[in-house]
Design a protein around this ligand. Structure first.
Ligand SMILES: [Zn+2]
Ligand SMILES: [Zn+2]
Length: 121
């Protein structure tokens, strides 16, 4: 075989590898940019959704509005400490009822409407 062939093959394969590498890098960069764009769009959409969503009707006692009755008393079961050690750390718990007296939290829209209607009547 002529030596010129070896030189040609060397250039060819080397050049090929370089080309493939460059193409791969370019593709990866484009893919990365696309991913970043998608992430940004997703974050934006989530922010918009959060802004339109009514706040969770959760009371100051950390329990959901649904756990409170018409008078506002909370009926969620909670653990009440019944024994303490010398450092006032609870040792034993007993199941009890949350002693929240009134729901204090965001009112869902439907309830606000209902209350306005009953006020007028
Ligand atoms: Zn409550
Ligand atoms: Zn509660």
């Amino acid at each position: 075989m002529n030596w010129i062939w070896w030189v040609l093959i060397l250039f060819w394969t080397g050049g090929f590898a370089w080309l493939a590498d460059t193409a791969r890098t370019a593709l990866r960069n484009r893919h990365q940019r696309k991913l970043e764009l998608m992430e940004a769009q997703k974050a934006e959409r989530l922010a918009v959704e959060a802004a339109h969503k009514p706040p969770e009707p959760v009371c100051g006692c950390t329990h959901h509005l649904a756990k409170h009755d018409k008078n506002g008393r909370c009926h969620e079961r909670v653990e009440v400490p019944t024994a303490w050690d010398e450092n006032k750390k609870p040792l034993r718990y007993e199941p009890g009822q949350c002693n929240c007296q009134r729901y204090v939290g965001p009112q869902p829209l439907s309830q606000v409407y209902a209350e306005e209607l009953t006020d007028r009547a």
